[in-house]
Design a protein around this ligand. Structure first.
Ligand code: ADP
Length: 305
């Protein structure tokens, strides 16, 4: 097969790991900087270019779109889809998962466990927002944040109001969320490939930190997940319409609650901690999907929305 990895940098661990895994399985692989692509949207002949080279003959693309480049990145993935190239995760599923609020709404409708979350436009609703998530301490999140930036734990209702006011002053969209104290600064990352959890790690924030992000100095270890956690993770990925997803769960007193479903989950933490060849499993999934007769391809269909 001829596979394109849509990534800005060949040297990133995840990009390199996927490249090596695909090459080892005998595929022709190219890493393409999607920001350098341009597309021609022409009736019956959609095409995509890298400089003056027309990109043709690809069987599959692996999108590794940076959060800040979602709009253009998804347009590139969509253009490949228009050219009947299989995308590991569909563009519509990627943009759906990048919107934290939309994701929570879709998951909630299908009965997935979530921290109680509130969202409003009107500043007069602030007191209500805090009360409805159970009062302080409360977590305030910037909708546009990633890697734990813009996630704040407010210890008192007064502090929560000040944080909300400050974010509002910057014209940012924010949500308030029940603080899952019993998670103890740890979360569980379930790596889903083709409807199965193929690896899971527990990430623990450093001392005194409630955020477990590895980018914030957290550490990772292998964890055995419960059947309920397994089914929550696979269902969440399916609802979002993602073939490959990193589903982040917190262990709450009322069972697993989903924090986030990531459409470009990093491979370094999970492969290093578990020793599993997750990249190899991803390439095997692509092989299976591309070989399927066209009418029969199971694109993981997300829920409406
Ligand atoms: P990001 O997408 O920026 O990583 P998250 O919403 O995943 O933001 O939050 C970052 C981390 O903060 C989570 O992995 C978790 O450890 C912690 N966290 C987030 N929300 C809560 C919450 N409601 N209760 C307890 N811990 C939380």
């Amino acid at each position: 097969m001829k596979i394109a990895i849509l990534s800005r940098n060949k040297r990133l661990y995840s990009t390199n790991s996927l490249y090596e895994a695909a090459t080892a399985r005998g595929h022709e692989v190219r890493v393409i900087d999607y920001l350098r692509c341009h597309m021609e949207i022409t009736s019956m002949r959609p095409s995509i270019y890298l400089g003056d080279e027309k990109l043709t003959g690809f069987d599959a693309v692996i999108p590794r779109i940076g959060a800040s480049r979602t709009f253009f990145g998804c347009a590139v993935v969509r253009q490949f889809e228009m050219m009947d190239v299989f995308s590991l995760n569909e563009s519509v599923a990627i943009s759906r998962s990048r919107d934290k609020l939309r994701s929570l709404q879709l998951l909630a409708r299908r009965g997935i466990g979530l921290p109680v979350t509130t969202f409003a436009h009107d500043p007069r609703a602030t007191g209500q927002l805090i009360k409805q998530v159970g009062g302080a301490p409360v977590v305030i999140k910037l909708l546009e944040g990633t890697q734990g930036v813009g996630v704040v734990l407010a210890e008192t209702a007064k502090a929560a109001e000040s944080v909300i006011e400050a974010f509002r002053g910057l014209d940012a969209n924010i949500l308030a969320q029940e603080f899952i104290k019993e998670a103890g600064g740890a979360d569980i990352r379930c790596f889903v490939v083709g409807g199965k959890v193929v690896a899971a790690i527990k990430r623990q924030g450093k001392e005194g930190e409630f955020r477990s992000n590895l980018h914030r100095g957290g550490s990772a270890e292998v964890v055995k997940i419960t059947p309920e956690e397994r089914s929550t993770a696979t269902r969440a990925a399916k609802i979002m319409g993602l073939n490959v997803a990193g589903v982040d769960l917190l262990r709450s007193n009322h069972g697993p609650v989903v924090m986030e479903v990531n459409s470009s989950p990093g491979l370094e933490g999970i492969e290093t901690a578990t020793g599993k060849d997750v990249s190899g499993l991803i390439i095997q999934l692509i092989e299976k999907e591309v070989e399927k007769p066209r009418s029969n391809k199971t694109r993981t269909r997300g829920s409406k929305g």
